[in-house]
Design a protein around this ligand. Structure first.
Ligand SMILES: Cc1ncc(C[n+]2csc(CCOP(=O)(O)OP(=O)(O)O)c2C)c(N)n1
Ligand SMILES: CC(=O)[C@@H](O)[C@H](O)COP(=O)(O)O
Ligand SMILES: [Mg+2]
Length: 595
């Protein structure tokens, strides 16, 4: 179908020239445009489809970019990007060198705040609103936040503050009753009661926080939305609009299976059918190795508990939730709570597997230190999506965990080299450890198509590093699944026992006995990791060498000291020179120099 209206719009001021009667047609065109491109280029789908009308109404009513609009998480901001000067580039979304999948200040003046991690929008927009007041500027400030994201502690901190200000802040709650997985918790029940009219108006909790509350209204009804936004524009102080939308709106399958269509991969734009890749003979996803192994272990140990903050599907904690609903908890977007809840359970002798994406654990740093490590509670952190995650980009790479966890006393860190190693460390942790442990593993699939399940678990000796290959001259020390790249690179160069390769599953505690032997035997050491080298595994080896007066040459390979953008994992590893070819050329150079 034609996109006559959309093609006329490069900026929101073009949009504001349209007659209100043309906006529903624009919404149809925008939706179709998003579907056509995401079907081929992949990305987040359902959330953006759900806010098409809201996006149009906001840019129609408010004077963006003068008025400041903050999208929470930003996975729903595709329509916003398309209407704000990026329509012709939208087909590069999330690709190397292309548009970011999330709003980003350096990308556009319309992206007022960089997002990706949830629940920041209220604080950020309030900060802007207070700054505008202080500067004597007359602007509107709008935060758009979803029902799952508003349940997070940080959003409540923002609301709590905003309610005692007279800042020009409009919070729009986009309530579609789902996050990535169905929303959870008492707040969800409260919002449902409000929607069903079961909550008396005088008991409205948002009103009681001193907001001008309106809604709930139909977020797909453009005339109603526009009328209400026009009204709110004139209201002073903090305001809260509750709108009801359908995630995936306009694509039947996306509306019916909202979990799958959050980010469906490639699909047929006309039928909506997801284009399935054959999964036969493919190695397992690490998340499934985690999820299925946990269930297996939990069968024999009633003390095992699983906790996820809002990622039951992404982490595969859903298997545990299905098998043992009483012992598995989705606590919503609440990483801080997830960590301290785990600590509380651990005080009572439970064996808690707290699964958090590496990047999202950053939010619960104090809880890891203060509530877990300081009390030496043996919580088992399973950090999925460690390393470079690919198209989600800089906000989501799990590259800092080794560096930010390594300095915490009591906390052990383990990075398995493959699926079996992951299973075995989960098993080992389930037997009971004297300390908390963080087990980090990457997004995506392993390499072992012959992975057997269930398997014979092997206990892993704490601290012990493993020799993967013998060699005489240079020692390569790797941690985690990047070992596979090292092995492949070594297999591709002609070397006759020049390089030895060691897998350091334990980054902490380090196998110092083996390190002494390595430092004595090899004058050159190369460390390889898929996280930042600043403070990471390589740094740990350098610290060991310095502390023990070794003067070996140590080369660190890993993620450099700047933020890595989006692209495929292969492209980004190549960029960091930790792909097979990058490592091969480094090893070849070392080999040539030695000969
Ligand atoms: C701190 C943090 N934890 C988890 C996530 C992963 N995540 C991204 S979107 C999302 C669900 C958001 O749901 P909601 O706010 O209701 O927005 P919707 O997708 O429904 O539009 C989650 C859990 C995140 N981005 N940030
Ligand atoms: C927007 C967001 O934070 C999530 O949707 C994230 O993109 C999920 O990542 P995975 O696809 O790795 O589960
Ligand atoms: Mg939602």
């Amino acid at each position: 179908m034609s996109k006559k209206l959309l093609q006329q719009i490069n900026t929101p001021s073009d949009l504001r020239k349209l007659d209100p009667s043309q906006l529903p047609e624009l919404a149809r065109e925008l939706r179709e445009f998003i579907i056509d491109i995401v079907a081929v280029k992949e990305g987040h789908l359902g959330a953006s489809l759900g806010v098409v009308e809201l996006t149009i109404a906001l840019h129609y009513v408010f004077n963006t970019p003068e008025d400041l609009l903050v999208w929470d998480v930003g996975h729903q901001a595709y329509g916003h990007k398309i209407l704000t000067e990026r329509r012709t580039k939208f087909d590069t979304n999330r690709q190397l060198g292309g548009l970011s999948g999330f709003p980003k200040r350096s990308e556009s003046v319309y992206d007022t705040f960089g997002v990706g991690h949830s629940s920041t929008s209220i604080s950020a927009a309030l900060g802007m609103a207070i700054a505008s007041q202080l500067k004597g500027e007359n602007k509107h400030h709008i935060a758009v936040i979803g029902d799952a994201s508003i349940a997070s502690g940080m959003a409540f901190e923002g609301l709590n503050h905003a309610g005692v200000t007279d800042a020009d802040l409009l919070v729009i709650l986009n309530d579609n009753a789902i996050g990535i997985d169905p929303s959870v918790g008492a707040l969800k029940n409260y919002l449902t009661a409000v929607k069903e009219g079961k909550n008396p108006k005088q008991n409205n909790m948002i009103k009681s926080l001193n907001f001008d509350y309106s809604g709930p209204i139909d977020g797909h009804d453009l005339p109603t939305l526009i009328k209400e936004l026009e009204r709110l524009k004139k209201v002073k102080g903090p305001k809260f609009l509750h709108i009801i939308t359908t995630k995936g709106k306009g694509l039947q399958q996306a509306e019916e299976d909202q979990v799958k269509y959050h980010a469906p991969g490639k699909f047929d734009a006309t039928t909506g059918e997801i284009i399935k890749k054959s999964e036969e003979h493919l190695p397992p996803k690490f998340q499934d190795v985690f999820g299925l192994t946990l269930v297996e272990l939990a069968k024999n140990n009633p003390k095992i508990i699983g906790i996820t903050p809002a990622m039951p599907s992404g982490s595969s904690m859903k298997f545990m939730m299905e098998a043992f609903p009483n012992r598995a908890f989705d606590v919503g977007i609440a990483e801080q709570h997830a960590v301290t809840l785990s600590a509380g359970m651990a005080t009572q002798g439970m064996v808690v597997f707290c699964n958090i994406y590496s990047t999202f654990l950053q939010r619960a740093y104090d809880q890891v230190i203060h509530d877990v490590a300081l009390q030496n509670l043996p919580v088992i952190f399973c950090l999925d999506r460690a390393g470079l995650v690919g198209e989600d980009g800089a906000t989501h790479h799990g590259v800092f965990d080794i560096a930010y966890l390594r300095c915490i006393p009591n906390l052990m860190i383990y990075a398995p080299k493959d699926e079996i190693d992951l299973q075995n460390i989960l098993y080992t942790a389930s037997l009971g450890l004297k300390h908390p442990i963080a087990i980090r593993y990457p997004r995506g699939r392993g390499k072992n198509a012959d992975w057997k399940f269930p398997s014979d678990f092997q206990k892993i000796e704490v601290r012990k590093a493993q020799k993967l290959k013998k060699g005489k001259k240079v020692a390569i020390l790797s941690t985690g699944t990047i070992a596979t790249n090292v092995t492949a690179a070594l297999n591709e160069i002609e070397e006759d026992g020049h390089f030895a390769h060691y897998h350091f599953g334990f980054v902490k505690p380090l196998d110092e006995k083996k390190l002494h032997k390595i430092c004595d035997k090899f004058s050159t050491i190369i460390t390889v990791e898929d996280g930042v080298t600043t403070g990471g595994f390589g740094s740990a080896i350098l610290e060991f060498a310095a502390k023990n007066d070794y003067v070996n040459e140590v080369f660190l390979c890993g993620v450099p000291d700047y933020f890595i953008e989006h692209g495929t994992v292969d492209e980004l590893q190549q960029f960091c020179n930790i792909d097979v070819d990058g490592l091969k050329s480094l090893f070849s150079t070392v080999l040539e120099e030695d000969e």
